[in-house]
Design a protein around this ligand. Sequence first.
Ligand code: ZN
Length: 112
Amino acid sequence: MHELSIAQSMLEIIDLHVSKSGCTRCTAVTVRAGLLSAVDEEALSFAFETLCEQTAHSGAVLSVEKTYPTARCGCGCTFKVTDLIYACPECGAVTAALSGGDELDVIKLEVE
Ligand SMILES: [Zn+2]
């Protein structure tokens, strides 16, 4: 359960920000998850909701913003990768070098 440990670290980040800002709870959180971080959005929502239930942040809304890596193929073509199985649209090679798309960050928190 990769998503459970992600949800746990999200809660740690939330707790830290909430206490720093002098607020009591988090109402919404936005996470940026790259395709390569292989996060299952549903599993993450479920893990996050379950963990939040036992805290002051119960009911906080989770949004996941997906990002995709850019592939640069040996043939000179650059394309966006939207699936873990990918091939160059120009030459069909599957050896393109990827950049980005592996981020997993909390990018926005709403607290009250
Ligand atoms: Zn190519």
